[in-house]
Design a protein around this ligand. Structure first.
Ligand SMILES: NC(=O)c1ccc[n+]([C@@H]2O[C@H](COP(=O)([O-])OP(=O)(O)OC[C@H]3O[C@@H](n4cnc5c(N)ncnc54)[C@H](OP(=O)(O)O)[C@@H]3O)[C@@H](O)[C@H]2O)c1
Length: 245
C-alpha cells in the first residue's frame, strides 16, 4: 500500500524570500500540492508576478524585509486575513557574502547577520501565536545550509548565521513539540540560484552545473510538510551526487 502522506489541500504556508530561488520553487510546489501560500520578499514586482503565476486565489504577497519584526508580523497577518489560518512558516530569506572575515564592510556583515538569523527569529515569533491560535499546531521549516553544520574557510560569518539557525531549530523543537508544532532545519549544499552568483562565491564556476536545484530543496520542504503529523523531521541535510560532503 502506498505510504499515507498528509494532504496539504487548504493548508496555508507563509514563505520568506519567495521572490526567487528556493522560496519561489517552494511556493510553486506547495500550490501544486493544494496549499495556499503567502509570499514575502522585498522586490514588489517579482511578488506581483508570482501571484499572477500561482493564481490570486492561491497566493498572496507582502512586500517586506525580514529584518523588521513588524514586517514579519504583517506577513503572518496577511495569511490569517486572506485565508483564515496559518499552518506553516518557512523562514527562507537569506544572503551570503563569501571571502575572508575581513573582506566586507561592517554594514554588509551586519546585514547578513540581521537577514539570516534575526529574520528567522522574527518570522518564527510572528508565526507561532497565529499557528497555535488558528490551527492548534503547525510547522516551522527553516532553510539553513550545510554551512550550518560544517562551515567552510571562505564563509565564516555566513556559516555562523546558518549554525545559529540550526541551533534555533533544535531548541524550538524542544520548546514547541508538546504544543504540536514541528520544527525542521533543511540544510542544502550549494544550490544553483541567484544567491550563488556575484557574491564572491562561484562566478562562472563549472561545478555550478552539478549543484542541487531550487526544486530539489523545495521538494524537501514539501515532503517535510506532507509527512503525517505524528512524524517530524528535525534535520534534513542534502547534497547532489556531484558535491562532496
Ligand atoms: N543557493 C545556495 O547555494 C544555498 C545553499 C544552502 C542554503 N541556502 C539558503 O537558502 C535560502 C534561499 O536562498 P536561495 O538560494 O533561494 O537564494 P536567492 O535565489 O538569492 O533568494 C533569496 C531570497 O531571499 C530574499 N531576501 C533576501 N534578503 C531579504 C530580506 N532582507 N527580506 C526579505 N527577503 C529577503 C530575496 O528576496 P528579495 O531580494 O526580493 O527581498 C529572495 O527571494 C537562504 O537562506 C540561503 O542561505 C542557499
Amino acid at each position: 500500500m502506498p505510504y499515507r502522506t498528509r494532504d496539504l489541500t487548504g493548508t496555508v504556508v507563509a514563505i520568506t524570500g519567495a521572490t526567487a530561488g528556493i522560496g519561489a520553487a517552494a511556493a510553486t510546489q506547495l500550490v501544486e500540492a493544494g496549499a495556499k501560500v503567502v509570499l514575502g520578499g522585498r522586490r514588489e514586482e517579482r511578488l506581483a508576478e508570482a501571484v499572477v503565476r500561482l493564481g490570486a486565489s492561491n497566493a498572496k504577497a507582502v512586500t517586506m524585509d525580514v529584518q523588521s519584526p513588524d514586517d514579519c508580523r504583517r506577513l503572518v497577518a496577511e495569511a490569517v486575513a486572506s485565508f483564515g489560518r496559518l499552518d506553516a512558516i518557512v523562514p527562507n530569506a537569506g544572503i551570503g557574502l563569501y571571502g575572508s572575515i575581513l573582506d566586507h564592510s561592517d554594514a554588509e556583515v551586519e546585514r547578513m547577520m540581521h537577514t539570516n538569523y534575526d529574520g528567522t527569529v522574527w518570522a518564527v515569533r510572528a508565526a507561532v501565536p497565529a499557528m497555535l491560535e488558528t490551527t492548534g499546531g503547525g510547522d516551522i521549516v527553516i532553510v539553513s545550509s550545510v554551512a550550518g553544520l560544517r562551515g567552510g574557510g571562505d564563509e565564516a560569518v555566513y556559516a555562523g548565521t546558518k549554525f545559529a539557525q540550526v541551533g534555533l531549530a533544535g531548541a524550538l523543537d524542544r520548546e514547541l513539540r508538546e504544543k504540536g508544532i514541528r520544527v525542521t532545519a533543511i540544510c542544502p549544499a550549494g544550490v544553483g540560484t541567484e544567491f550563488a552568483v556575484g557574491t564572491g562565491r562561484v562566478d562562472n564556476d563549472p561545478r555550478f552545473a552539478e549543484w542541487l536545484t531550487a526544486d530539489d530543496v523545495a521538494h524537501a520542504i514539501t515532503t517535510v510538510l506532507q509527512q503525517p503529523r505524528e512524524v517530524r523531521t528535525t534535520l534534513w541535510a542534502m547534497w547532489s551526487m556531484g558535491q562532496g560532503s
